[in-house]
Design a protein around this ligand. Structure first.
Ligand code: GLN
Ligand code: MG
Ligand code: MG
Length: 445
């Protein structure tokens, strides 16, 4: 459904909105905003708000730094935590435009739009449902996060009515007021770890929702004196934070889910198998988007329900790509390597592009891996042709540079920006001398 300017004006009046936050993301998916007063609404919706693009990570060079914000009316939301005040606040998510009104090619939102448009030309719309996990940590007197988690619960544990549970309830209520459809909320496997699932949607809406979700979770947690983190592996020896991405293609012409085929033994279509093949072929080269941090690769190790090997299966949770049991309109693939530190616009665009590439080139999926991959020996995996996911950010950056997906999705300009940002991050980690090294080596050698 499309939100009209009239409806927005009505809500602004009803809820006494005073301030508008115009939000967008940089190339890491980090939320940025500039705040204007509600009197400026007419100019704002015409895209007249200017900002300095050279001060945003990965945007324009300093000599052509003027960029503009074009709000997406559908993303208008009054911020529930401001509604109790006399005046409240609202936000829009925006696309970034050049001074001549064209879409700025370095904006992650525009990049995802581009991929979605290309898929449309091929007759497909892309549906996405992500599952973002996070930890809640206690904070110290200064409000800085400690290494103490906020609860002792485990997977699906109702627990006594603890802090974690109350925060989750408040997050749910807040998101609901902002227009989310929440499907489930539960304690995750690790102590202090939680998951709240919202309904799938088209790729752009869902990337917007993932961005909003992370912001709301952090905001609400802070109201309880806690720090929410989506970093992939905050605690050694515990499960990390994943962002499983469920994706399906909808065949526009036939008017149905393109992955479902009743006549197949698994009720999956040729298109579905080709899409899976595309994911497996390209995953290493898009891992720098789905798993963008040094820390991401500490999650992708055996024993914590996160994948480390490139394989698919209809039900096996040790595989990278799993096919959830739902069929018919809900037929989809679940890719399990992404983590929630990813820029969702890049991650969804890269995954969709990789899958569609498989469809276009008629790639053939390898045989399904039904056995537990974690318990196989190196030789057994080699026999079956099961390869490893990248094990470091350094490997991922190299694969991104060697592959085609990065350039196809981001274009040359944004890809260069992204690669150089990530290369710097990797280099600074690579040369750092860590506590682990001192502990292991200082006394002994
Ligand atoms: N936390 C796991 C991961 O890192 C996923 C666990 C689950 O959702 N079953 O991906
Ligand atoms: Mg989970
Ligand atoms: Mg899942």
């Amino acid at each position: 459904t499309q939100t009209t300017l009239e409806a927005i004006k009505e809500e602004i009046k009803q809820k006494s909105v005073e301030l508008l936050h115009l939000q967008f993301v940089d190339i890491e998916g980090t939320l940025k905003q500039v705040t204007v007063t509600v009197e400026q609404l007419n100019d704002v919706v015409e895209g007249k708000t200017m900002f300095d693009g050279s001060s945003i990570t990965g945007f324009t060079p300093i000599n052509k730094s003027d960029l503009y914000l074009l709000p997406d009316l559908n993303t208008f939301a009054v911020l529930p935590w401001t509604e109790e005040e006399e005046y409240s606040e609202a936000r829009f998510l925006c696309s970034v435009t050049n001074p001549d009104g064209t879409l700025f090619e370095g904006d992650p939102r525009n990049i995802l739009k581009n991929t979605v448009d290309k898929a449309k030309e091929k007759g497909f719309s892309v549906n996405v449902g992500p599952e973002l996990e996070f930890f809640l940590f206690e904070t110290d007197e200064k409000g800085e996060p400690t290494n103490q988690v906020a609860d002792r619960g485990g997977y699906f544990e109702p627990a006594p009515y603890d802090l974690g549970e109350r925060v989750r309830l408040e997050i749910y209520r807040t998101l609901k007021k902002m227009g989310f459809t929440i499907e489930a909320s539960h304690h995750e496997v690790a102590v202090g770890q939680h998951e709240i699932n919202f309904k799938f949607g088209d790729a752009l809406t869902t990337a917007d929702n993932a961005t909003t979700f992370k912001w709301v979770v952090k905001t609400v947690a802070q109201q309880f004196g806690l720090r929410a983190t989506f970093m992939p592996k905050p605690i050694f020896g515990e499960n990390g934070n994943g962002m499983h991405v469920n994706m399906s293609l909808f065949d526009e012409e036939a008017g149905k889910n393109a992955f479902f085929d009743e006549s197949d033994s698994r009720q999956l279509s040729e298109t579905a198998y080709q899409f899976i093949a595309g994911l497996l072929t390209h995953v290493s080269s898009f891992a720098a988007f789905t798993n963008p941090l040094v820390n991401s690769y500490k999650r992708l190790v055996p024993g914590y329900e996160a994948p480390c090997y490139i394989a698919w299966s209809a039900s096996n949770r040790s595989a990278l790509v799993r096919i959830p049991a739902t069929r018919g309109a809900g037929t989809r693939v679940e890719i399990r390597c992404p983590d929630p530190s990813a820029n969702p616009y890049y991650a969804f665009a890269a995954i969709a592009q990789a899958g569609i590439d498989g469809v276009e080139n008629g790639l053939e999926a390898p045989v399904e891996t039904v056995d537990d991959i974690f318990s196989m020996t190196d030789e057994e995996r080699e026999e079956r042709g099961i390869q490893n996911l990248p094990t470091t950010l350094g490997e991922s950056i190299q694969a991104l540079k060697d592959g085609e997906i990065g350039k196809k999705v981001l274009g040359e300009y944004a890809l260069n920006e992204y690669v150089s940002l990530k290369q710097d991050e990797w280099d600074s980690y690579r040369i750092a001398v860590t506590g682990w090294e001192l502990e292991k080596y200082q006394a002994k050698f």
